[in-house]
Design a protein around this ligand. Structure first.
Ligand SMILES: [Zn+2]
Length: 384
């Protein structure tokens, strides 16, 4: 049965699929794609201190072209929480006043549905395209992300599956469709810093060493330091202090220790190592005279830019044609699986609206599902 993008979205939302194992949602997608002529591989990956994950790889490449446009996305959704708090059942996929409600509507089952529907429409008038079309769908992006996209890409490389360009269907627009596409991301590194001084009486500071005073001046140096001026597609890198604490031993006691946490979001003029070097240097220069510091860090991702040379301009023109609006090429926001794909292909993220993602009463406008479907069609038509 042929379904339009909205009907397909509903079908996908009606299969609850939390991160990890879920064969039902991928079998549904795979069967649909097989009917369109795709060859499907169901890939199950396990290990590396993470749980088992179902993934789907599907490709249609009649001319065995080196140029293959992939669509990458995830079928897993975050938990709905208290169902009673939802106005409509999170898995009923109800349409009310032009809005489709459900867990995964914005992030990102509707985008998958739009691309499937766009491919079906495209192949009706171009049964033998001179480029390949592929799907890389994982059921684990929202949680560990260990046995998902990264492993499928590795499997693709080892089994000789070509990928030259890739669209990622994460929700990229802040308020309405057509505002924003993404071509990279800032990196993120979090720090915990502990200063140890010497405890003492506030009336006799000469006998003590106040770690709070040292911590505050060090944080001010770090915060005041201009990391860069921003780069072509990135805002300035930024450090934000997220907590300051000490032992709170009483109004007349200088504590022994003080701690702070801070996070740096950095652009492509840095790496996590260069940020770490800089913070360590500031600590070494500032902390002395008997005080010591202990610095720990955790990198959540390096910054990256996928050079917008071929696919990104097509995406921009397609959005413009469908919505009349020129989307901004942005590198803002949290992380996505595009960080793995950028090592294999030019990658552009374009999806729906991220405003209600992960929220109670997550929804998307049906009109925007239709716009996204048309935009994906337009991209396919202009791709070769
Ligand atoms: Zn997502």
């Amino acid at each position: 049965m042929k379904l339009n993008a909205t009907q397909l979205s509903q079908k996908l939302i009606q299969i609850p699929s939390y991160s990890g194992v879920n064969e039902e949602v991928l079998n549904f997608l795979g069967n649909y794609l097989k009917n369109l002529g795709f060859t499907c591989d169901y890939l199950e990956f396990d290990g590396e201190n993470s749980y088992k994950v179902n993934n789907l790889h599907a490709v249609f490449n009649p001319k065995n072209s080196a140029k293959v446009l992939y669509f990458a996305g995830h079928t897993d959704v975050v938990r709905e929480g208290d169902k009673a708090a939802w106005t409509h059942d999170p898995f009923a996929a109800k349409i009310v006043d032009g809005k489709l409600f459900g867990r995964g509507a914005a992030d990102m089952k509707c985008a998958i549905a739009c691309f499937v529907s766009a491919v079906a429409e495209f192949l009706e008038s171009n049964a033998n395209p001179d480029f390949g079309i592929g799907f890389l769908i994982t059921n684990d992006e929202e949680a560990d992300g260990v046995n998902g996209t990264a492993k499928v890409l590795d499997w693709m490389q080892k089994s000789g599956k070509k990928i030259s360009h890739c669209l990622v269907g994460e929700p990229t627009n802040p308020t309405k469709f057509g505002e924003m596409i993404k071509i990279g991301r800032r990196g993120s590194i979090g720090f915990k810093l502990k200063i140890t001084g010497k405890q003492g009486h506030v009336a006799y500071p000469e006998n003590a060493l106040n770690p709070i005073t040292i911590l505050i001046s060090l944080l001010k140096i770090l915060k005041d330091h201009k990391l860069d001026e921003g780069t072509k597609f990135f805002d300035c890198s930024n450090l934000e202090i997220t907590s300051i604490s000490s032992q709170n031993l009483g109004g007349n006691v200088i504590p022994n220790e003080a701690e702070a946490a801070f996070n740096v979001r950095f652009n492509d003029s840095h790496t996590s190592q260069s940020i770490l070097d800089l913070v360590e240097y500031a600590c070494k220069k500032t902390v002395g005279f008997g005080a010591t510091f202990d610095l720990s860090h955790r990198t959540s991702g390096e910054s990256f830019l996928s050079d917008p040379k071929f696919l990104a301009p097509i995406v921009v023109e397609s959005v413009k044609k469908i919505t009349g609006q020129t989307p901004q090429m942005s590198t803002t926001g949290g992380t996505s699986d595009a960080r793995f794909i950028k090592d294999y292909a030019e990658v552009v993220e374009i999806g729906l609206i991220n405003k209600t993602a992960h929220q109670i009463d997550e929804f998307v406008e049906v009109a925007e599902i239709e716009q996204l479907q048309k935009t994906y069609c337009e991209i396919l038509r202009n791709f070769s």
